[in-house]
Design a binder for this molecule. Structure first.
Ligand code: F0G
Length: 458
């Protein structure tokens, strides 16, 4: 008999978690104004709000932490990190930052000017924020197929070459660079194929434009290339990473995802101009160039994390766990963005809570119901997150309305995954009786989902 699949690690340290009663959860969620960001983490049993900064470090990472060099300038930890990044990406210049959005802030301060257009595939909210706050436009050129949650294609995160070519042909003079997000978080943790990256590079070269990778989950993207794209079956993840990054001029990185550290990020590039420009903003915003917002110990742990997470076994364990959740949801007929993404399952709330009108935020309603059911904290990636149109101030109901269940790396076992699946099934089974959603009672003008206060209707 063939042996079943199992994790490529064993557990050396544990952290207790606590279940709660439904009565407790009803009270806590009301106090949190039906916004799960406002819940105390002690009141959460299984936390799927994000996979960012929530992973478990390995024994090697903890050991590296103890050897951190906290010198202000020229720390050995910086060189450990820089050398590892250069080995994995081929980029010569490295600037550490405290997290991914800080890398965006530093680099975009140099690159983005008012009136610019930055085309890409579903820019992440902070990326979009750093473009829009500079009075520029983040132009989404993701393939249309990404919007059909039930369509199963291997590289649903791709850039549409036609949309990109059109953007460049029309706005050649105010496009500072093209951005590719790997994997495409907003479209459901969906990967971008090597073929697509090559197509983007070709168009970029035609118009003489640089390409930036938003690389938060680049290793997961490389795993999908290895397992789904012809010709890559026998290549190592590290070889695939080098090939991917050879198609870019630089990267911004949130190390809290595929770097498997709790805090950190960086900019890496082969362009001297980007490096020189970013340096000038790193010092006032983040810190001196050899720490830029990170501790020596964290840079050391990140160097090890990057090395470990560009190995196949580690990635296989992770992605198979996300796939396992997808399989359980398939058993129950629960619709999600197909196929399963790299870091999360995105439940299609509009297809589950069909009686809740969009004005009452179905995905947020599902988030509330799942927490009340079992103390599981997901995150709405839908109409609340989409904010209002800056001009009309109307809610933006044009996109998808999803509940994201993000799986932290090396944290939960498949038993926890079973609890998540069954809790969601219990909500799904009573979906016909859920006819009312939530109403906004207070909201911020921008990025309202973090602080919005809601009332439960019905
Ligand atoms: N780019 C992508 C694709 C991201 O998913 C994130 C963060 C960032 C940039 C910003 O990085 O948080 O280190 O400043 N995503 C988290 C999430 C917050 O939950 O998906 P950061």
């Amino acid at each position: 008999m063939e042996l079943p699949f199992a994790e490529s690690w064993k557990i050396k340290m544990v952290e207790p978690i606590r279940k709660s009663t439904r009565e407790e959860r009803v009270k806590w969620l009301k106090e949190a104004h039906y916004n799960v960001f406002q819940l105390a983490s002690e009141h959460v049993y299984i936390d799927l709000i994000t996979d960012s900064g929530t992973g478990s470090m390995s024994d090697r990472q903890w050991a590296a932490l103890m050897l951190g060099d906290e010198s202000y300038a020229g720390a050995s930890s910086f060189f450990n990190l820089k050398n590892k990044i250069t080995e994995i990406t081929g980029f010569e210049y490295v600037i550490p930052t405290h997290q991914g959005r800080a890398a965006e802030n530093v680099l975009f301060s140099h690159l983005v000017k008012p009136g610019d257009i930055v085309p890409g595939n579903s820019h992440f909210d902070t990326t979009k924020g750093h473009i829009e706050s500079r009075k520029a436009v983040a132009l989404d050129c993701t393939i249309d197929e990404a919007k059909d949650t039930q369509l199963e294609i291997p590289f649903k995160g791709n850039v549409s070459p036609e949309k990109l070519e059109k953007a460049l042909a029309e706005n050649q003079h105010n496009i500072p660079f093209i951005i590719i997000t790997i994997t495409n978080n907003t479209a459901g943790g969906q990967p971008v194929s090597m073929e697509n990256m090559n197509a983007v590079r070709k168009i970029a070269d035609k118009y003489n434009k640089p390409v930036l990778f938003d690389s938060a989950r680049f290793a997961e993207n490389a795993y999908f290339i290895k397992t789904r794209e012809k010709g890559y079956e026998n290549k190592t993840i590290k070889a695939i990473c080098l090939e991917m990054f050879a198609l870019a001029d630089g990267m911004t990185m949130s190390a809290k995802k595929d770097g498997i550290v709790n805090m950190g990020g960086f900019i890496a590039t082969r362009l001297k101009d980007w490096y020189e420009g970013a340096k000038a903003f790193c010092i006032p915003f983040e810190g001196y160039l050899t720490y830029g917002g990170m501790n020596g110990r964290d840079m050391n742990a990140l160097a090890v994390g990057l090395d470990e997470n560009t190995e196949f076994d580690n990635l296989e364990t992770r992605i198979k766990q996300v796939e396992y959740l997808a399989k359980r949801l398939d058993e129950f007929g629960i619709p999600y963005q197909r196929p399963a993404g790299g870091h999360a399952i995105f439940v299609d709330a509009a297809k589950v809570l069909t009686h809740v009108p969009k004005e009452e935020f179905p995905a947020q309603t599902l988030t509330v119901e799942l927490y009340l059911e079992a103390g599981i904290r997901g995150c709405e990636i839908g109409y609340l997150l989409a904010d209002r149109d800056p001009v009309t101030r109307e809610n933006r109901f044009g996109g998808l309305d999803l509940l994201r269940l993000a799986i932290p790396r090396r944290v939960y076992t498949d038993n926890h995954i079973d609890v998540i699946a069954v809790a969601l099934k219990n909500v799904f089974d009573r979906r016909e009786s859920i006819t009312r959603g939530v109403k906004i009672v207070w909201e911020a003008a921008l990025m309202r989902h973090f602080t919005v206060q809601l009332e439960r209707l019905g």
